[in-house]
Each structure stands twice: as structure tokens, then as C-alpha cells.
Design a protein around this ligand. Structure first.
Ligand SMILES: [Zn+2]
Length: 236
């Protein structure tokens, strides 16, 4: 016979109103639970919970789907790239509630669920997340001299883009091919609806991903090692 606690689930939620929450769903794994099947990663939910003041966790009282993101969940590539985004949110320090960050995540996952390219949407999320945090990666200006670079170089340790001149003397330096640079510029300047329509990029995806993950790691100590990134590196 199972103790009641064993069938409960502890879930991490990112909410629009309250930011990161830890909730306990009592009996969620029981056969008659109303939560059954609802509490999986990538579910967009409407939830109610009972707040216990001064506690690190609360009790979930009601949950219903706003969008189960069924297509995303059945697409392994979308799940891999999407897991990076969820892990970033899980790892970043509890900052103030940011509805704009919630909206960004919801819109990116919605686009992936509707068939947009997971690589593009993953890049769009990271670039715009950094911008929201005031830690933007600027692909249009050299971080050092501010000029528009003809040839751009990326410094993987500091996570900045420099012109060819200013990057002299730094090592390592990654030269950014024109296709990759124009993709980054487009990601920063176009809205999500436009990016969601893009086909699979012809730019070097490995370089794009490494650039994004290095940029994240340079700005957030907690994002230096991401389990989902390690998995992606192995399977790509
Ligand atoms: Zn420069």
C-alpha cells in the first residue's frame, strides 16, 4: 500500500503573474486524480493554488489546459531545443516577476507547436531574453568601438561581438560568416511572427548554438552548464 505522499508530484511552474513557483499536486499520480496527464513539461495551464505565506512551496488546487502543445511534445527536435529554454528559466535566479518574459516563452513555444523551426525559435528566445534582462548581444555594432562591423568576430569568453580591428589580440575569436551575422540581425529586428515563418536556416547551426550558449554562460553563472545543452551537443 502506498503512502499518500508517494503519489504526489512536485512541479516547477513559471507563471505570468508570480514568476517561478514550486507547487505540490497532492495525489497527482493517483488513478482518479484530476491532475493526471496535465502536469507534464511544456504544458500551458491555467492554475489555482493555495498560498501558504512564508513557504517556499504551495499546494495546487486546480489545473486545466490552455494549450497542451501536443505537436511540440511529439517532436523530438522541438523537445530538445525547448528543454534548453525551460532549463534557463529553472536555473536563473528568482528575479522579479516579468510578464514580458512569460509572453516571450509562451509565444516561442506556441510557434514551435505550430511547426516553426525549433532552431530559429530557440535562438529568438535566447536573444530576446538577454535583451529583456538588459544584457543584449548586439550583432550590429562592435562592442568595443561601436562601429558597424564589415566583418564581425565573436569572443566566446566574454560573449560579445567585435569588429575585425578591435578583435586583434583577443583569443579565441570566432569569425562570424555573413549568413550567420545577418540571421542574428534579423532575429533582433524582426517580430516573432516574421521569425516564426522562417525556413530552416542555411547558416552554420552548430556555430549559432555555440554562440548563443556561450553568450548565456558569459552573463549567467548558473547557465554555464545546462544538462539540456549537453544532451543537444551529443545528439546533433
Ligand atoms: Zn571595433
Amino acid at each position: 500500500m502506498k503512502a499518500q505522499g508517494e503519489s504526489s508530484s512536485l512541479i516547477h511552474v513559471y507563471s505570468r503573474e508570480f514568476g517561478k513557483l514550486i507547487l505540490i499536486a497532492k495525489g497527482a499520480r493517483g488513478p482518479k486524480s484530476g491532475f493526471r496527464g496535465l502536469l507534464e513539461p511544456f504544458s500551458l495551464l491555467n492554475i489555482h493554488y493555495n498560498e501558504k505565506k512564508g513557504r517556499a512551496y504551495h499546494f495546487l488546487s486546480h489545473a486545466e489546459y490552455l494549450d497542451p502543445f501536443t505537436h511540440l511534445k511529439t517532436n523530438p527536435r522541438a523537445v530538445l531545443y525547448g528543454s534548453v529554454l525551460l532549463e534557463i528559466l529553472y536555473k536563473i535566479p528568482d528575479t522579479q516577476t516579468d510578464p514580458a518574459l512569460f509572453d516571450l516563452l509562451r509565444d516561442v513555444l506556441t510557434a514551435v507547436n505550430r511547426g516553426s523551426d525549433a532552431v530559429n525559435m530557440h535562438a529568438f528566445f535566447i536573444l530576446h531574453y538577454l535583451r529583456l534582462e538588459g544584457l543584449m548581444l548586439d550583432p550590429e555594432h562592435c562592442f568595443q568601438c561601436g562601429k558597424v562591423p564589415d566583418k564581425a568576430c565573436f569572443l566566446p569568453h566574454s560573449g560579445q561581438i567585435l569588429c575585425e580591428n578591435c578583435s586583434q589580440g583577443y583569443a579565441p575569436v570566432w569569425e562570424l560568416p555573413a549568413t550567420l551575422l545577418s540571421l542574428l540581425i534579423m532575429m533582433m529586428n524582426e517580430n516573432i511572427a516574421r521569425i516564426a515563418q522562417l525556413r530552416e536556416t542555411t547558416a552554420d547551426v552548430t556555430l549559432l548554438n555555440r554562440l548563443l550558449w556561450n553568450t548565456l554562460a558569459s552573463r549567467f553563472e548558473n547557465c554555464r552548464t545546462l544538462r539540456s545543452v549537453d544532451i543537444l551537443r551529443k545528439v546533433l
